[in-house]
Design a protein around this ligand. Structure first.
Ligand code: MG
Length: 249
């Protein structure tokens, strides 16, 4: 069931989204060679708590941290650890969320640790750009497939592939609501977008094949071929006009 939000609820989600965005920025600023992923996670968690919110991810289905931190060929759901040290040239995807006054903001971005290869930088740039191309399609009257097909075309035309097993999602009082928001699809197909819908759009884009593998830790998802992956996400609201990005500081 898709839950439409009132303007007052969207305002609350914007507050949660601002905190999530600040946490993502704080965590991203900590990404440097020699820093552990546990330290990066701590920056996100401290920011969230300092702003009176709770880290949505912590305890979600048993996840142990405030942020998922996934390096290089890890796509999503990496578990922060004191023993996982970021190296120069790594690309580091951070996904974090904040719950404030009962509403959730969810966002992600991939950060470069020191100097990264031109290919890694291009993957990150194209993934981020594809998110904003997808957001442009998030207007009332369009359909979910207009978002996904736009992201898919943008990335595939540039030689990258789209992860199928994980998608964006509705978001609101809980992190995962209907509808599912795939990063692939057919224009004009799927659920029609209405003002008051709040969704997280989150392309997960691979340098090589789209196929994934699940690690035995039960969380970390990697690319099957060991090539790089990038991930960018915003929570947005469909309005009667332009889409409103809620995860902005
Ligand atoms: Mg999400």
């Amino acid at each position: 069931m898709i839950v439409l939000k009132t303007l007052a609820e969207i305002k609350c989600m914007q507050e949660a989204g601002r905190i999530a965005a600040g946490a993502l920025k704080a965590a991203g600023e900590a990404v440097e060679p020699g820093v552990s992923t546990a330290t990066v996670n701590k920056m996100a968690e401290e920011y969230i708590r300092k702003h009176g919110a709770t880290p949505t991810f912590k305890g979600y289905n048993g996840f142990p941290a405030a942020a998922c931190i996934s390096i290089n060929d890890e796509i999503i759901h990496g578990i922060p650890s004191n023993s996982r040290i970021i190296k120069a040239g790594d690309i580091v995807s951070i996904d974090t969320g904040a719950t404030f006054k009962g509403y959730v903001g969810d966002n992600a971005a991939t950060f470069a640790a020191g100097e990264v290869s031109p290919e890694a930088q291009r993957l990150c740039d194209v993934t981020r750009e594809s998110l904003y191309e997808g957001i442009k399609m998030a207007v009332a009257g369009n359909r979910i497939g207009d978002i996904g097909s736009t992201i898919q075309r943008y990335c595939e035309e540039r030689g990258f592939s789209v992860v199928r097993e994980y998608t964006g999602h509705g978001v609101g009082r809980v992190m995962h609501e209907d509808p599912s928001v795939p990063n692939y699809g057919t224009p004009g197909r799927g659920v029609r977008l209405l003002p008051g819908m709040t969704i997280a759009i989150e392309p997960m884009i691979n340098q090589g094949v789209a196929a994934i593998k699940q690690l035995p830790d039960g969380w970390t998802v990697k690319t099957k071929d060991g090539k790089l992956s990038a991930h960018f996400e915003n929570t947005i609201a469909i309005t009667s006009g332009e889409p409103l990005i809620l995860t902005m500081i």
